[in-house]
Design a protein around this ligand. Structure first.
Ligand code: ZN
Length: 336
């Protein structure tokens, strides 16, 4: 099979055991399905991404022996995101949202998973503004038509132009005022069920409009959101397979919907892998996630020992024995 898979960590900290397990799944899937591997540094969150974390991703992966075919970094791709945004804006699919966090909490229902489902308050405001703008230009058109038909004097025409010019100005002022206020940009998501398949978890029928509603593609600080950057990248980089942790599973339907709006009809193939859990079945704690692979490396633990430990914690090994990268990938591959 021809295709491309990506490993896409965010440089907001050092790589931890969860990343290592995800990398093993990606490299295992690439081997099983004969895919190229693309390394994407997802530094869309400029507030949290740090240069030392970026460098450490390359270093840590190389230390384990991972090799990849191509790489990219989101901060170098701003022009692509802007072009994609412009395309959506031209089609009227983007609108500014001025709601504060407090308003969002108070005015919108929550989904089963506790996520805010945005009901589109600012969409209504936006379409109202557009409608009145359209009406104003229609009024101007009708007025000028009447003027022509009636062949009124030029003095009278001037008088008549005043009110509509005023209306336009008022509206423009209103728009300017709003643009100065902090706002994010939301995408108009169709109210439609997305049918998608996960190679491990089976079939899903989900409607993003009910899961989260129209979601932000650019935040109040002008930064691209994860959802937007990832969709533009997956399309532009020709990603055919997405293998990632099941904590991101709920993003899939909305990403498929957004990719369709961006022009990619056939979504990638998906597999969401299990996460490392503690014996009680709970996800890695914040403290465990904060514990980086390089801390272990600096303490003298070998790459083989770390690979063995992660495979053990993920349930692939009954004992915590050291593994070569080759063997670790093979063990994960057998589970696919
Ligand atoms: Zn809003």
């Amino acid at each position: 099979m021809e295709g491309k898979i990506r490993f896409a960590p965010s440089p907001t900290g050092y790589l931890h055991e969860g990343h290592l397990l995800s990398a093993l799944y990606v490299w295992a899937a690439a081997r099983k399905w004969g895919l190229q591997i693309h390394l994407r540094i997802e530094d869309h969150d400029r507030g949290r991404a740090r240069p030392e974390y970026i460098d450490s991703i390359y270093e840590d992966l190389e230390w384990f022996g991972f090799r990849w075919d191509s790489q990219s970094i989101q901060s170098a791709r701003t022009a692509l995101y802007e072009a994609a945004l412009e395309g959506l804006q031209k089609r009227g699919l983007v609108y500014p949202c001025y709601c504060s966090r407090k308003q969002l909490e108070a005015e919108n229902p929550k989904s089963e998973t506790g996520e805010i489902v945005y009901r589109g308050k600012c969409f209504l405001r936006h379409t109202e503004a557009l409608r009145s703008k359209a009406k104003t230009s229609m009024d101007t058109l009708v007025a000028s038509r009447l003027r022509c038909d009636e062949q009124v004097s030029s003095a009278l025409r001037c008088d008549e132009q005043v009110p509509s010019a005023l209306r336009c100005d008022d509206l423009r002022q209103d728009f300017l005022r709003c643009d100065e206020q902090p706002h994010n940009l939301r995408i108009v998501i169709p109210d439609k069920v997305i049918h998608w398949h996960d190679m491990r978890l089976g079939d899903f029928n989900e409607n993003p409009k009910l899961q989260c509603g129209d979601f932000p593609i650019r935040d109040r600080e002008g930064q691209w959101t994860y959802q937007f950057a990832v969709c533009v990248d997956d399309i532009e980089e020709g990603i055919t397979h997405i293998v990632r942790g099941e904590d991101i599973r709920s993003s899939t339907a909305r990403q498929i919907a957004l990719m369709r709006l961006l022009g990619r009809e056939t979504p990638p193939l998906y597999l969401h892998h299990p996460l490392i859990v503690d014996p009680a079945g709970k996800k890695l704690s914040k403290r465990e996630r904060a514990h980086s692979l390089r801390q272990d490396r600096d303490a003298g633990i070998t790459a083989g020992e770390l690979l063995g430990r992660v495979c053990h914690k993920a349930g692939f090994l009954t004992n915590c024995t050291p593994l070569s990268l080759e063997n670790a990938i093979s063990i994960v591959e057998q589970s696919l």
